[in-house]
Design a protein around this ligand. Sequence first.
Ligand code: SF4
Ligand code: SF4
Length: 108
Amino acid sequence: MENSLYLKNVVTLKLNEDKCTGCGMCLDVCPHEVFKMNGKHVTIQNRDACMECGACSKNCLVDAIFVQSGVGCAAAVINSMLGRSDGACCCGSEPAGATTDKRGGCCT
Ligand code: SF4
Ligand code: SF4
């Protein structure tokens, strides 16, 4: 599982680096080494390895991490590709100030 990658560019994971205190809890609980410590806070080093389990978000005491665990954007993209219209998307819900990468959400 160490090198597992899922669908590219559809992961809902967001990190607000300004909120991060650098406690390292997300590094400990993430099964796919998605985060890395960068000075006094973490950064996302491997977004596409995230399996949206939610462990990081549940264990971050300062709510610096958002992820739609379970059925999220990946399901929405798959449903869209299959021509289904019932693929709920989570792109509109993330914490204020969340760091987004250049790609933005999956629906933009
Ligand atoms: S658990 Fe939250 S506060 Fe701790 S290092 Fe991770 S993002 Fe930062
Ligand atoms: S949701 Fe799970 S796999 Fe994704 S970054 Fe958080 S702990 Fe790692």
